[in-house]
Design a protein around this ligand. Sequence first.
Ligand SMILES: NC(=O)c1ccc[n+]([C@@H]2O[C@H](COP(=O)([O-])OP(=O)(O)OC[C@H]3O[C@@H](n4cnc5c(N)ncnc54)[C@H](OP(=O)(O)O)[C@@H]3O)[C@@H](O)[C@H]2O)c1
Length: 312
Amino acid sequence: MKPLILTSANGTPASKYSFGTMQFGGKADKKESQKLFEASRDAGLNFFDTAYGYTDGLSETYLGEFTAKERDNLVVATKCAPVAGAASTYIRTQLDESRKRLKTDVIDVLYLHKWDDSTSLEETFSTLAELQEQGLFRYLGVSNFSAWQTMKAANIAEKHGVRIDILEPMYNLVKRQVEVEILPMASSEGFNVAPYSPLGGGLLTGKYSNGLGGRLAENKTYNARYNNDWMHETARKLSEIAGKIDVSAATLAVAWVARNPAITHPIISARSVEQLAPSIDAITYELSDELYGEISAATRAPAPATDRSEDS
Ligand SMILES: NC(=O)c1ccc[n+]([C@@H]2O[C@H](COP(=O)([O-])OP(=O)(O)OC[C@H]3O[C@@H](n4cnc5c(N)ncnc54)[C@H](OP(=O)(O)O)[C@@H]3O)[C@@H](O)[C@H]2O)c1
């Protein structure tokens, strides 16, 4: 099944690449955030990703200001239920707050940020169905769900007349778990896929091999996520490949993610316009089959979904 073509309110198709605003109001102050927004628009992007839970609401607030003058041309995605859970009351209050911060009556894409074990899917999806029916958001997504969680949720959503349109999983050269179940499921079921962290939070730029600092040094969660020697070795190998052909490692890392046919909307990001440049270069970079193979061989592939694979 083919994924739905996502459009803005005035029918403009969502750009293939999306810009993630998790740094707005955090590592990027308001002025730099605006420059990042404008650089993304100049590069042809009209799809922006934020979340209720980012930077105490500043990410949504800034994005709301920047998007106001051309809101109908843009596709704005936000996420609810990050920590508090997907109970009806949280979804309703967070969606209301997100709409206020984003200065919009209608959110284009609303994701559940995480799976919530403590709330029934019936409660979550009947609430979402009602809110979509009221026209408060247009497309529905789930983020960080496993494949079985997605399918279970999709079945219950369908019972309430709602469809899951898009998934937002982590995906990069050293985080390839989605290749096992999520991406084949997305191709089979027609889910759009907007993967996050194509640079592994900065690891794949190669800067840590060069002794430079950044998110992995500053943020405990990211440090733990990428604290494996083999991942750093992959980053080093990617930089070596990039150096040989005089292309930025970041460009190759993003182009590698975007190359997977199940990926519909890779989310790029940065804390400054200068950092963003190589990710924007990936938009037009043509990754050959040979180079794709060489880059893939620089990392570990995940085990297949079933153990009975030797005779297939
Ligand atoms: N659904 C979810 O749970 C979830 C989770 C994470 C992200 N997201 C979304 O996906 C978006 C992208 O995720 P991400 O920020 O993790 O993406 P990423 O592309 O893997 O990492 C971006 C970070 O890498 C570093 N970087 C980028 N370009 C660089 C360059 N040229 N040189 C050196 N360092 C560079 C910067 O961090 P430093 O300078 O600080 O090192 C930058 O903030 C987010 O904005 C957010 O919208 C969603």
